[in-house]
Design a protein around this ligand. Structure first.
Ligand code: TRP
Ligand code: ZN
Length: 468
């Protein structure tokens, strides 16, 4: 017997528990956080999600979302209770291993008390039935995420904390999982999400159900939903190990004309990115081009980035390269954000260099020389230590992050540089990594070089480094 129902505990049995040897151990709550330095309430302790199966329905007319999240997770310790993150929405019913569970809400925490405690190492299934009008969340830097209603549907975007607006989960990048996302919408509308379209059914009065599947691990901030009138196109592109990787693009009708040319560049960019960064990490690719203004920014949502209106080549390259850096190799915490944005920004510099434009060195020099005028805040904090959650998407993370990557390239030369970049992506493929993992990896790959100055001045140092 290894489970104790807390309500049945008497003082004597509690003492027995404390003194028992090799018998059952009483579980404790999992905790409402994973200690992210920038988002203290994000994520939860005590368990690890392996799969999300979301079965949702949305009606744009009344903006009501209803659904069930079936979550498969593994207990990291004996658990009497655990938390999920969910903002807004009405929870109707929670079960754990098929049994009704007690639950309560406390801000963004959904606290679940299973009928039977969970043992360390146990895989368990949790279902949460919920409904309501999902919220648009204003994040720390003032941008809007979560559920963004559009004229004919909605866009769901999650970086950094938006996914808790539309499904309960362990919403921290350190807990990646596979996904099945099914959404039923009124007839005539499309639903586009991450991964591959496993099934499409209905198409009648009951609406149409789209079932999207992502088999590779995905951080929840990279889950996307685009609901509305979209023009869908399918094609294939050859990549390493797959001569016909599915390409799935969705374009809002208003953006059709302006998007055609940039979308035709996708095969060339994929090939270029594989040459530079190694094998593409996912089983499909594409893009979602929503109506201009549907969101205030583009996002590298997994396998299928979202753009509000047709992107320029630089932005398209940026979001596609995030598939390697950010989506496959994911930060351990939001402090490591520069590992996403520094690489994606540096990829833009490299594309320009390879495309006959400015060299990366010229881009670097221009930033260094004119940084104070053009990028007032470029030197306001070092890339690896953003001042607060409000600043994780500021220029020091993007541009100065890219400058760190360029300094490494200057130090080791192109051959070793590309070995390092590809090796890093391969070593941490579908995993999580932090800044210390990265600097250790670089040092290992180029043991004869001294990187201390780069780390001290460019990565961790305050102010503008004295030498370019
Ligand atoms: N990551 C997005 C990009 O490629 C930008 C972005 C959107 C972002 N929302 C954010 C960054 C929230 C930090 C936080 O460039
Ligand atoms: Zn980016």
């Amino acid at each position: 017997m290894s489970r104790f129902a807390p309500v049945a505990l008497t003082v004597t049995s509690a003492l027995l528990v404390l003194t028992a040897c090799g018998g059952g151990v009483q579980g404790t709550p999992g905790g409402s956080r994973v200690r992210d330095p920038y988002f203290p309430k994000a994520g939860n302790g005590g368990y690890d999600v392996t799969h999300y199966a979301l079965d949702l329905a949305y009606d744009p007319d009344d903006r009501r979302l209803t659904g069930t999240a079936e979550i498969t997770a593994r207990a990291g310790k004996d658990l009497s209770a655990f938390d999920l993150d969910l903002k807004g929405m009405d929870v109707e019913r929670v079960t754990v291993e098929g049994e009704r569970a007690r639950w309560s809400r406390n801000g963004q925490e959904l606290v679940v008390r299973p009928h039977d405690e969970l043992d360390k190492g146990e895989t368990f299934r949790l279902t949460v039935r919920y409904a309501g009008t999902p919220q648009t969340i204003t994040d720390a830097d003032g941008s809007q995420e979560g559920w963004l209603p559009t004229v004919d549907g909605a866009l769901a975007l999650g970086e950094p904390m938006g996914s808790m607006a539309w499904f309960p989960g362990n919403h921290h990048p350190s807990d990646k999982a596979s996904y099945d996302i099914s959404v039923t919408v009124p007839e005539g509308l499309q639903v586009v999400s991450n991964g591959e379209l496993a099934d499409r059914s209905g198409d009648g009065d009951g609406g149409t159900t789209f079932h999207w599947r992502t088999a590779e691990p995905m951080a929840s901030y990279l889950a996307a939903l685009a609901i509305g009138d979209y023009d869908i196109r399918r094609s294939t592109v050859p990549v390493t190990g797959n001569s016909a990787l599915p390409v799935y693009t969705a374009v809002a009708p208003s953006e059709e004309d302006s998007s055609r040319e940039i979308l035709s560049e996708l095969p060339e960019i994929m090939e270029w990115a594989e040459t530079n960064f190694g094998p593409y990490p996912f089983a499909s690719t594409g893009a979602i081009i929503a109506r201009e203004g549907a969101a205030g920014y583009a996002l590298e949502t997994q396998s299928r980035p979202v753009f509000p209106g047709a992107p320029g080549t630089g932005l398209f390259v940026h979001e596609l390269v995030h598939q390697w850096f950010g989506n496959s190799v994911t930060p351990k915490s939001w402090r490591d954000m520069w590992l996403n944005e520094g690489f994606a920004t540096y990829a833009e510099w490299l594309w320009e260099e390879d495309d006959g434009g400015d060299s990366a060195q010229e881009t670097f020099d221009a930033l260094y020389d004119h940084g104070e005028d053009d990028y007032e805040d470029l030197w306001s904090f070092p890339p690896a230590k953003p001042t607060s959650a409000a600043h994780i998407s500021d220029d020091p993370v993007y541009q100065r992050g890219a400058m760190v990557i360029h300094k490494i390239r200057q130090t080791v030369g192109d051959d070793t540089f590309y070995d390092i970049v590809q090796g890093w992506a391969a070593d941490h493929r579908h995993g999580n990594a932090d800044t210390a993992d990265f600097t250790a990896y670089v040092e290992e790959q180029a043991p004869d070089e001294d990187f201390d100055g780069i780390w001290e001045d460019w990565l961790y140092g305050d102010g503008k480094p004295a030498h370019p």
